[in-house]
Design a protein around this ligand. Structure first.
Ligand code: FE2
Length: 240
Protein backbone atom coordinates (compact mmCIF):
# COMPACT_ATOMS: atom_id res chain seq x y z
CA UNK A 1 0.00 0.00 0.00
CA UNK A 2 1.29 3.46 -0.87
CA UNK A 3 1.13 5.86 2.08
CA UNK A 4 0.71 9.61 1.52
CA UNK A 5 0.81 11.76 4.66
CA UNK A 6 -0.25 8.73 6.65
CA UNK A 7 -3.20 7.88 4.43
CA UNK A 8 -3.35 4.89 2.11
CA UNK A 9 -3.43 6.00 -1.52
CA UNK A 10 -6.29 4.80 -3.66
CA UNK A 11 -5.54 1.88 -5.99
CA UNK A 12 -7.34 2.73 -9.22
CA UNK A 13 -6.19 -0.51 -10.90
CA UNK A 14 -8.45 -2.53 -8.57
CA UNK A 15 -11.66 -1.81 -10.50
CA UNK A 16 -12.68 -2.86 -14.03
CA UNK A 17 -12.25 -0.27 -16.79
CA UNK A 18 -15.45 1.65 -17.51
CA UNK A 19 -15.66 0.28 -21.07
CA UNK A 20 -15.77 -3.54 -21.17
CA UNK A 21 -17.63 -4.50 -24.41
CA UNK A 22 -18.29 -8.13 -23.39
CA UNK A 23 -20.58 -6.56 -20.77
CA UNK A 24 -22.73 -4.87 -23.39
CA UNK A 25 -24.36 -2.22 -21.21
CA UNK A 26 -20.94 -0.76 -20.43
CA UNK A 27 -20.66 0.46 -24.05
CA UNK A 28 -23.49 2.97 -23.66
CA UNK A 29 -22.80 3.74 -19.99
CA UNK A 30 -19.08 4.41 -20.13
CA UNK A 31 -17.98 8.03 -20.46
CA UNK A 32 -16.40 9.18 -23.73
CA UNK A 33 -14.86 12.31 -22.23
CA UNK A 34 -12.56 13.04 -19.32
CA UNK A 35 -14.42 13.45 -16.00
CA UNK A 36 -15.28 16.90 -14.70
CA UNK A 37 -15.01 17.60 -10.99
CA UNK A 38 -17.85 19.24 -9.08
CA UNK A 39 -17.75 20.43 -5.51
CA UNK A 40 -20.17 18.49 -3.36
CA UNK A 41 -23.04 20.35 -1.73
CA UNK A 42 -23.65 20.52 1.99
CA UNK A 43 -26.61 18.15 1.78
CA UNK A 44 -24.52 15.54 -0.05
CA UNK A 45 -21.89 15.66 2.68
CA UNK A 46 -24.10 15.72 5.76
CA UNK A 47 -27.13 13.60 5.08
CA UNK A 48 -29.19 11.61 5.29
CA UNK A 49 -28.64 10.31 8.81
CA UNK A 50 -29.97 6.83 9.59
CA UNK A 51 -30.68 5.51 13.03
CA UNK A 52 -32.09 2.26 14.32
CA UNK A 53 -35.46 4.01 14.60
CA UNK A 54 -35.93 3.79 10.81
CA UNK A 55 -35.82 -0.01 10.90
CA UNK A 56 -38.85 -2.25 11.10
CA UNK A 57 -38.62 -5.51 13.04
CA UNK A 58 -38.52 -7.61 9.84
CA UNK A 59 -36.38 -5.35 7.69
CA UNK A 60 -33.46 -7.81 7.75
CA UNK A 61 -35.67 -10.90 7.33
CA UNK A 62 -36.41 -11.22 3.62
CA UNK A 63 -38.03 -14.61 4.23
CA UNK A 64 -40.95 -12.92 5.99
CA UNK A 65 -40.79 -9.18 5.37
CA UNK A 66 -43.07 -9.03 2.32
CA UNK A 67 -46.31 -10.62 3.52
CA UNK A 68 -45.45 -12.23 6.83
CA UNK A 69 -45.69 -15.72 5.28
CA UNK A 70 -42.51 -17.67 4.44
CA UNK A 71 -40.88 -17.17 1.06
CA UNK A 72 -40.02 -20.30 -0.96
CA UNK A 73 -36.41 -21.40 -1.35
CA UNK A 74 -33.31 -22.57 0.51
CA UNK A 75 -33.17 -20.52 3.70
CA UNK A 76 -29.86 -18.80 4.39
CA UNK A 77 -28.26 -16.39 6.82
CA UNK A 78 -25.81 -13.83 5.43
CA UNK A 79 -23.67 -12.20 8.07
CA UNK A 80 -20.37 -10.41 8.45
CA UNK A 81 -18.78 -7.12 9.39
CA UNK A 82 -18.27 -3.80 7.66
CA UNK A 83 -14.64 -2.89 8.37
CA UNK A 84 -12.07 -0.38 7.17
CA UNK A 85 -8.75 -1.19 5.57
CA UNK A 86 -7.01 -1.96 8.85
CA UNK A 87 -9.85 -4.05 10.24
CA UNK A 88 -11.59 -1.45 12.41
CA UNK A 89 -15.35 -2.04 12.61
CA UNK A 90 -17.70 0.49 11.01
CA UNK A 91 -20.66 0.88 13.38
CA UNK A 92 -24.06 2.45 12.54
CA UNK A 93 -23.68 1.80 8.81
CA UNK A 94 -26.82 1.19 6.76
CA UNK A 95 -26.52 -2.01 4.69
CA UNK A 96 -29.27 -2.52 2.10
CA UNK A 97 -29.80 -5.65 -0.04
CA UNK A 98 -31.96 -6.57 -3.02
CA UNK A 99 -32.14 -9.84 -4.93
CA UNK A 100 -34.11 -12.19 -7.20
CA UNK A 101 -36.25 -14.91 -5.64
CA UNK A 102 -35.20 -18.57 -5.42
CA UNK A 103 -36.24 -19.07 -9.06
CA UNK A 104 -34.10 -16.18 -10.28
CA UNK A 105 -37.04 -13.79 -10.82
CA UNK A 106 -37.08 -10.15 -9.66
CA UNK A 107 -40.21 -8.38 -8.51
CA UNK A 108 -39.80 -5.59 -11.06
CA UNK A 109 -42.06 -4.41 -13.86
CA UNK A 110 -39.25 -4.61 -16.42
CA UNK A 111 -38.28 -8.17 -15.46
CA UNK A 112 -38.29 -10.38 -18.58
CA UNK A 113 -37.49 -13.84 -17.18
CA UNK A 114 -40.32 -16.41 -17.30
CA UNK A 115 -39.59 -17.90 -13.86
CA UNK A 116 -42.57 -17.22 -11.55
CA UNK A 117 -42.87 -14.62 -8.82
CA UNK A 118 -43.10 -15.88 -5.26
CA UNK A 119 -46.16 -14.14 -3.75
CA UNK A 120 -44.40 -14.03 -0.37
CA UNK A 121 -41.04 -12.67 -1.50
CA UNK A 122 -40.36 -8.99 -2.10
CA UNK A 123 -36.59 -9.18 -2.44
CA UNK A 124 -35.45 -6.15 -0.40
CA UNK A 125 -34.01 -5.77 3.09
CA UNK A 126 -31.84 -3.54 5.24
CA UNK A 127 -30.07 -3.36 8.58
CA UNK A 128 -27.67 -1.11 10.46
CA UNK A 129 -24.34 -2.44 11.74
CA UNK A 130 -23.92 -2.71 15.49
CA UNK A 131 -21.05 -1.23 17.50
CA UNK A 132 -18.75 -4.02 16.22
CA UNK A 133 -19.64 -3.40 12.58
CA UNK A 134 -21.69 -6.62 12.52
CA UNK A 135 -24.68 -7.10 10.20
CA UNK A 136 -26.98 -10.03 9.47
CA UNK A 137 -29.77 -10.92 7.04
CA UNK A 138 -32.03 -13.92 6.75
CA UNK A 139 -33.24 -14.64 3.25
CA UNK A 140 -33.65 -17.36 0.62
CA UNK A 141 -30.78 -18.15 -1.69
CA UNK A 142 -31.46 -16.36 -4.99
CA UNK A 143 -31.53 -18.37 -8.21
CA UNK A 144 -29.34 -17.67 -11.24
CA UNK A 145 -31.07 -15.97 -14.18
CA UNK A 146 -30.53 -15.44 -17.91
CA UNK A 147 -30.08 -11.90 -19.19
CA UNK A 148 -29.94 -10.33 -22.65
CA UNK A 149 -26.22 -9.73 -23.13
CA UNK A 150 -24.62 -12.45 -25.28
CA UNK A 151 -26.56 -15.30 -26.91
CA UNK A 152 -26.93 -17.29 -23.67
CA UNK A 153 -25.51 -15.39 -20.70
CA UNK A 154 -26.57 -16.13 -17.13
CA UNK A 155 -25.93 -14.21 -13.94
CA UNK A 156 -24.63 -16.37 -11.08
CA UNK A 157 -26.75 -16.37 -7.92
CA UNK A 158 -26.07 -13.00 -6.31
CA UNK A 159 -27.32 -10.44 -3.81
CA UNK A 160 -26.94 -6.73 -4.63
CA UNK A 161 -25.91 -4.62 -1.68
CA UNK A 162 -25.36 -0.98 -0.80
CA UNK A 163 -23.38 0.43 2.10
CA UNK A 164 -24.28 3.93 3.23
CA UNK A 165 -21.71 5.96 5.14
CA UNK A 166 -22.51 9.31 6.70
CA UNK A 167 -23.91 10.95 3.57
CA UNK A 168 -25.14 10.41 0.00
CA UNK A 169 -21.60 11.05 -1.27
CA UNK A 170 -20.38 7.95 0.56
CA UNK A 171 -22.73 5.34 -0.85
CA UNK A 172 -21.04 2.17 -2.19
CA UNK A 173 -22.76 -0.56 -4.25
CA UNK A 174 -21.67 -4.07 -5.19
CA UNK A 175 -22.80 -7.71 -5.44
CA UNK A 176 -22.27 -10.79 -3.30
CA UNK A 177 -21.76 -14.24 -4.86
CA UNK A 178 -21.78 -17.70 -3.26
CA UNK A 179 -18.80 -19.98 -2.65
CA UNK A 180 -18.57 -22.90 -5.04
CA UNK A 181 -20.86 -21.52 -7.77
CA UNK A 182 -19.36 -22.40 -11.19
CA UNK A 183 -21.48 -19.68 -12.87
CA UNK A 184 -19.36 -16.96 -11.19
CA UNK A 185 -16.52 -17.72 -13.59
CA UNK A 186 -18.75 -17.56 -16.69
CA UNK A 187 -20.39 -14.21 -15.95
CA UNK A 188 -19.53 -11.31 -18.30
CA UNK A 189 -20.02 -8.78 -15.48
CA UNK A 190 -17.76 -10.67 -13.08
CA UNK A 191 -15.33 -11.09 -16.00
CA UNK A 192 -14.72 -7.33 -16.11
CA UNK A 193 -12.96 -7.47 -12.72
CA UNK A 194 -9.23 -7.47 -13.47
CA UNK A 195 -7.97 -9.85 -10.77
CA UNK A 196 -9.04 -13.15 -9.24
CA UNK A 197 -8.38 -11.57 -5.84
CA UNK A 198 -10.92 -8.84 -6.66
CA UNK A 199 -13.53 -11.41 -7.69
CA UNK A 200 -12.95 -13.50 -4.57
CA UNK A 201 -13.55 -10.39 -2.43
CA UNK A 202 -17.18 -10.72 -3.58
CA UNK A 203 -17.64 -14.42 -2.77
CA UNK A 204 -19.40 -15.23 0.51
CA UNK A 205 -18.00 -18.29 2.30
CA UNK A 206 -20.18 -21.15 3.52
CA UNK A 207 -20.04 -21.21 7.34
CA UNK A 208 -21.41 -24.41 8.84
CA UNK A 209 -20.59 -23.31 12.41
CA UNK A 210 -23.12 -20.50 12.32
CA UNK A 211 -25.68 -22.46 10.31
CA UNK A 212 -28.91 -23.31 12.15
CA UNK A 213 -29.73 -27.04 11.98
CA UNK A 214 -33.01 -27.81 10.18
CA UNK A 215 -33.37 -24.11 9.37
CA UNK A 216 -30.71 -22.17 7.48
CA UNK A 217 -27.18 -22.40 6.07
CA UNK A 218 -24.93 -19.49 6.94
CA UNK A 219 -22.67 -17.51 4.60
CA UNK A 220 -19.98 -15.16 5.88
CA UNK A 221 -19.28 -11.96 3.97
CA UNK A 222 -17.14 -9.11 5.29
CA UNK A 223 -17.35 -5.77 3.49
CA UNK A 224 -13.96 -4.02 3.47
CA UNK A 225 -14.09 -0.34 2.55
CA UNK A 226 -10.52 0.27 1.35
CA UNK A 227 -7.02 -1.17 1.14
CA UNK A 228 -5.66 -4.40 -0.34
CA UNK A 229 -8.54 -6.47 1.07
CA UNK A 230 -11.17 -4.02 -0.15
CA UNK A 231 -14.48 -5.31 -1.46
CA UNK A 232 -14.87 -4.50 -5.17
CA UNK A 233 -17.52 -1.78 -5.47
CA UNK A 234 -19.38 -1.04 -8.70
CA UNK A 235 -19.91 2.65 -8.36
CA UNK A 236 -16.64 3.84 -6.81
CA UNK A 237 -13.54 2.05 -7.86
CA UNK A 238 -11.42 2.89 -4.86
CA UNK A 239 -13.92 2.42 -2.05
CA UNK A 240 -13.98 5.26 0.43
FE1 FE2 B 1 -29.19 -8.90 -10.21
Amino acid sequence: MTKINGYTARDRAWHPPALTPLYKTSVARSPRFAPLGFATSLSEETGPVFGHDILGPRDNDLIHNFTGESAIGPRIIVQGRVIDEVGRPMPHTLVEVWQANAGGRYRHKKEGYLAPLDPNFGGCGRCITDENGFYEFRTVKPGPYPWPNGADDWRPAHIHFSVFGHSFAQRLISQLYFEGDPMIWQCPIVGTIPTREGIESLVAKLDRQNSVPMDALCYQFDIVLRGRRQTMFENRMEGL
